[in-house]
Design a protein around this ligand. Structure first.
Ligand SMILES: Cc1cc2nc3c(=O)[nH]c(=O)nc-3n(C[C@H](O)[C@H](O)[C@H](O)COP(=O)(O)O)c2cc1C
Length: 276
């Protein structure tokens, strides 16, 4: 069969990139990593091409993507590739991390190609989200890069990521701490008076980490720090330190329903994508 594209997303950038890639590559199945992780045992895709699309977190892989890679056996995969979406720089450290994990798995099959795509930054705990104009500019630029990337994948091009000592150093300095605290870091989220208990935060959380009780969300401490809850709240009611007054961001082509579907077990065929 053609291509399997595994994806993880918080605010839609990686899903949008996965979709655009899929259109260029053709004969492609998009599979949410979170639904694969609900099944036990090794994950052994059989396809001509196997790709993983995910955001960059602290110069490394999101925790759930690292765990997913630790269960992947690519012995039966043809061409293998990674696509990392990011707001700034540092993807090379995450490619090395992923390649290292994959080479330690049965089949010892690492990456044939690594691609990074700059998208709007969504780490609202550290900075304001870009304004509409900047989002448009960044997405316009990324569009042609995604198309080029898709063509290279289709052609089975080998693309190694240039190793960056600076990225490796920052990864070494910040990533282990991020991973140590990631699941409990939701303790910093709270809601203000604008919360009306609508439950959007619980719906879009990819890892089912939020329960609504007494019309208020409660975080359950298996957070991935993806920012979906705080970014997608329709009332901008979820806050952490310094987020009051910051713009919220979700990829303009990705609906709340698209994010919700990430958690369902369904593999989403191309014709069922929503365009609302
Ligand atoms: C916890 C966290 C850490 C991040 N760390 C980085 C980083 O180290 N470098 C970077 O360029 N972008 C970083 N970002 C920005 C995201 O990688 C980027 O916006 C990505 O496209 C979001 O993808 P998504 O919409 O699919 O979740 C970070 C975002 C989050 C939520």
């Amino acid at each position: 069969m053609g291509t399997i594209l595994y994806y993880f997303t918080g605010t839609g950038n990686s899903l949008a990139v996965a979709r655009e890639l899929s259109s260029v590559i053709g004969d492609c199945k998009l599979v949410p990593i979170v639904s694969e992780m609900k099944k036990g045992g090794p994950i052994e895709p059989r396809a001509d091409r196997v790709g993983i699309v995910n955001p960059l977190y602290f110069f490394g892989l999101p925790s759930i993507v690292a765990e997913f890679a630790q269960r992947l056996d690519l012995s039966h995969a043809g061409y293998t590739f990674s696509v990392i979406t990011l707001g700034g720089w540092g993807a090379s450290a995450a490619f090395s991390q992923l390649d290292r994990i994959l080479k330690g798995r049965p089949g010892k099959r690492g990456l044939d190609a690594a691609f990074s795509i700059r998208m709007p930054g969504n780490y609202i705990l550290m900075y304001d989200s870009p304004d509409t104009e900047s989002v448009e500019r960044i997405l316009k630029k990324s569009g042609s890069l995604i198309k080029e990337t898709g063509e290279m994948v289709k052609a089975g091009k080998k693309v190694s990521s240039a190793w960056s000592p600076a990225a490796a150093l920052v990864h070494y300095m910040v990533y282990p701490r991020f991973i140590r605290h990631v699941h409990g870091a939701d303790a910093q989220f709270s809601v203000d008076d604008r919360c009306n208990g609508c439950g959007t935060c619980a719906r879009v959380c990819p890892v089912d980490n939020i329960r609504i009780g007494n019309d208020r969300p409660a975080w359950l401490h298996h957070c991935e720090q993806c920012m979906a809850c705080i970014q997608c709240c329709p009332a901008n009611a979820i806050q952490a330190e310094k987020t009051e007054g910051r713009r919220r961001y979700r990829h303009p082509g990705i609906t709340l329903n698209d994010l919700t579907k990430q958690r369902s077990d369904s593999i989403i065929p191309h014709h069922e994508w929503e365009t609302e």
